[in-house]
Ligand binder design. Structure first.
Ligand code: HEC
Length: 127
């Protein structure tokens, strides 16, 4: 293999890895808000304060996202509320991790991109 071809391949790989790294994180919070308003605000509230119209009947109550504090360490890495944990709770529901079944699984309703976007939106609600 000549040197030019090899360096071309190396840069193609680097670009590919960069693309993967970028797509693995950083959801689009604005796009996430649209899904949130549709599926989540009834419980978690329009501003994420856990005060949606359905919330009064639920105990333990829906999480207040303005506090930015989370309960479930779904991947048992020692810290709750990482992006991976939030994605897991949203996709699989809280009951799977010992939480309230009112927090239902949304993995069948939302795509992987939707999950990333809604996680980004939840982070943006912290005050
Ligand atoms: C029917 C009411 C309801 C709806 C709708 C709902 N949730 Fe929840 N959610 C809850 C409850 C209740 C909890 C608290 C569970 C617990 O502490 O056991 C919760 C907890 C959470 C948590 C906290 C996880 C943690 O580790 O602390 C996240 C994140 C979350 N919900 C995201 C969402 C998203 C995103 C949607 C929309 C796709 C949604 N929820 C829709 C009721 C709801």
């Amino acid at each position: 293999m000549n040197r030019t071809l090899r360096s071309l391949l190396v840069s193609a790989c680097a670009l590919f890895a960069l693309g993967l790294a970028m797509s693995a994180s950083a959801g689009d919070a604005a796009a996430g808000k649209a899904k949130y308003d549709m599926f989540c605000a009834s419980c978690h509230g329009p501003e994420g304060k856990g005060d949606g119209p359905v919330a009064v009947a639920i105990n333990p109550p829906p999480r207040d996202f303005s506090e930015g504090a989370f309960k479930f360490d779904t991947d048992e890495d020692g810290s709750a509320g990482t992006d991976a944990d939030l994605r897991n709770v949203i996709a699989n529901g809280a009951a799977k991790y010992g939480g309230n079944q009112m927090m239902a699984p949304w993995g069948g309703t939302m795509s992987a991109a939707d999950l990333d976007n809604v996680v980004a939106f939840i982070h943006s609600l912290k005050q």
